[in-house]
Design a protein around this ligand. Structure first.
Ligand SMILES: [Zn+2]
Length: 103
């Protein structure tokens, strides 16, 4: 599996995603996980899922992707927001202490 660096603040989000997939879609493997576009990018191998289950899987993943848009890449708080061209999501607190965070 290819994994680009996932920001520390997204660790819990990614863990929850993996746990949800393991539990509800055991036949599915994650082919790619990355954060390089400023949101969580997930690509999976659908395996032998039928179309209805694929739809369900995609919706489930989309929920995590949506959550990533407001999850601080630095501390994991849910009050993050996108910082324009920088392709990162941080909360105001972390944004004001930039040195402490390398997200
Ligand atoms: Zn933060």
């Amino acid at each position: 599996m290819m994994t680009n660096r996932i920001p520390d603040g997204w660790f819990d989000l990614v863990s929850a995603l993996r746990a949800a997939l393991d539990r509800d879609f055991p036949g599915v493997s994650v082919a790619e996980l990355s954060a390089d576009r400023g949101w969580l990018h997930v690509r999976v191998d659908h395996g032998s899922l039928d179309p209805a289950d694929q739809l369900c899987l995609n919706r489930r993943i989309q929920g995590f992707v949506t959550a990533s848009l407001s999850t601080c890449m630095c501390c994991g708080s849910g009050s993050g927001r996108d910082r324009g061209d920088a392709r990162r999501v941080t909360c105001d607190e972390c944004e004001n202490e930039k040195e402490a965070c390398d997200a």
